[in-house]
Design a protein around this ligand. Sequence first.
Ligand code: BDP
Length: 729
Amino acid sequence: MKTATRTRLQLLIFVAACCVSHFACAQFYFENNDGYRLWQKYDTIEDKVTRQQMREKLKTLNISGNSATTKIIREELKYALTGLLGHPPRLSQKLEDQQLIIGTPETLPKKVYSQLNPLEKLGEEGYRIRSLTVQGKNLTVIIGNSDTAILYGTYHLLRLIQTHTNISALNITEIPKIDIRVLNHWDNLDRHVERGYAGESIWDWHKLPDYKYQRYYDYARANASIGINGTVLNNVNANPDILRPEYLQKVAALAEVFRPYGIKVYLSINFSSPHIIGGLKTSDPLNSEVAQWWKSKADEIYQLIPDFGGFLVKANSEGQPGPGDFGRTHAEGANMLADVLEPHGGIVMWRAFVYANEKNEERSKQAYSEFKPLDGQFRKNVLVQSKNGPIDFQPREPISPLFGATPQTPIMMEFQITLEYLGLSTHLVYLGPLYEEVLNTDTGAKGKGSTVGKIIDGSLFNNTISGMAGVANIGSDRNWTGHIMLQSNWYVFGRLAWNHEQTAKDIANDWIRMTLTNDHETVNTISNMMMASRETTVNYMTPLGLHHIMGTGHHYGPGPWVNNLGRDDWNPVYYHRADSQGIGFNRSATGVNAIEQYHPELRQLYAKPETTPDEFLLWFHHLPWEYKMKSGKSLWDELTHHYYQGAENVKQMHKEWLKLESKIDPHPFNQVKMALEIQEQEAIWWRNACVLYFQQFSRLPIPSGLEKPQGTLAEYKAAQFPYAPGQGG
Ligand code: BDP
């Protein structure tokens, strides 16, 4: 071969090799940074000094115990520390050798755990992380009364490392404030996720029980890392088939995956199951055959899943069957189920999301009216699960008056993590501030300081059981939640369920550091963005207490004009009540008197427009367009300004994000950039459509200084989205 030809060939091979390796690298890079790893990325700590300091403390470790959970701890630490510190830690059996020791009182050397007593207060899930000196050696010890507890402690330590926190003098005690910390998956058996915007359900029912995706394990790892200890696998609009033997096998397979991570499985049940799949004539809870059917079903479940958590029930709500169909109360229905679960240690989570046209009572009042009189009638293993607000997961609602109304009945919180009413999965909305606002609201139920947080954690009324549920935003998208920033909502839900006294801001910072970057300035920019994002969304969607004015069915985009639905209280016009006189829903004593359901502190606050905080003004009052606001502006001007401010803030957020291009990995950077482009357009859509619609009634001009909305109201009204994702039915 001639030299020239050979050189050309070599060059060709070289170029081809470069292309292949570049392609391989690029592919690896993107796969690794596409959001799949959530907040458990464990990339090498770039700062050498920090890395070295951590490495010095974590060269050798010992995790005693031989359970599936301790095996997970070992694997997780090996994987995480190899990634974060660049070297695998050495597992050592000799105490003199060890730097990180993890165990329970049964498995730890006496010399170590005797310094950490007493441990009773930690319960089954609490843990301690302590820097200790034993025989002149500096150690880090993680101790708890169960393997799950030390798994939680391990994830806590990893969080400290991931966020570059100094770990040389640790003295941490963590005990969860709430017992049951569960995700609610509104997932159907055909893998459609009701109100899900991140692809199909992650549960592949067809391939279960034999085929178990890696994703199931990664789901469990992620949940355990934030203290979530339960998952309700299926939609509250429950298909009775879930209780058939073949499905229970599939449920058992998932339970087996989750068990070592401290996660129990629960099921949503259809109250008519005895009739539909059991062939009984009735599903009346007081019928002995029905009770017997449920008892056998419970026994069958516990045979397969000894630690099964229990049932979640949506009864007599939006067409779902329930005890009311047989003239029985919610308590009678719940207690029948509680009785069959009780011998196995199971619980019932009975939803308070009930409302019906026939009741002839304003919708926001119905849950309280139905459940308050039942206080004291529920079995000990029943929790009543209430949404945070009295209507339905709106961008902003006052708290449900049920919180604090039933001292003898534990009320469990139901938050929505998925953004059904806040832009599906293209709007960047961090829900931490919403959760925080709700949990910190003082109900006045037992004097000052009776916050919602203290009610749901059981401390205010000394309830023996407590719970918090989050309607999941998880799907089979590579990044799990459809928008990488929305992983933070899953994250903050778990962290607040563990301890509702943490701040949304601190949790956001942790999440950013673990998911996007540890660069201080960038963390601040993103965290400010996240913290402001919910208020921004309220502004361009439903400012000043407006609510439920979204498009029909899918709840995508504005639909304040909708007035043709089957029930009054499904129509946006029912909620905003705009007319030539003014706007808002009079729920004060001169109107439907919903305020009577609150304790005196809140009742007085909401009684008059002058005392009602602006953010709830139109929730409680119908006011003239010229009403003078606290700011001095007229109501119309204030409302319009909020809409414009919201849209403007999205524009700013978008601009800020673009400045981060060099600071964030390209993949997440681009994902968020694309979503922000959509959000910016949609915020303007919301603003224009709502301002033009309300202007028909106010007949007032757009305040000076604000641009005229483009488009016509007719055009906005004509837009249809029959295939918007996540719809129910
Ligand atoms: C509404 C949802 C609907 C749910 C219902 C519920 O639109 O899909 O089934 O809540 O919570 O917000 O039961």
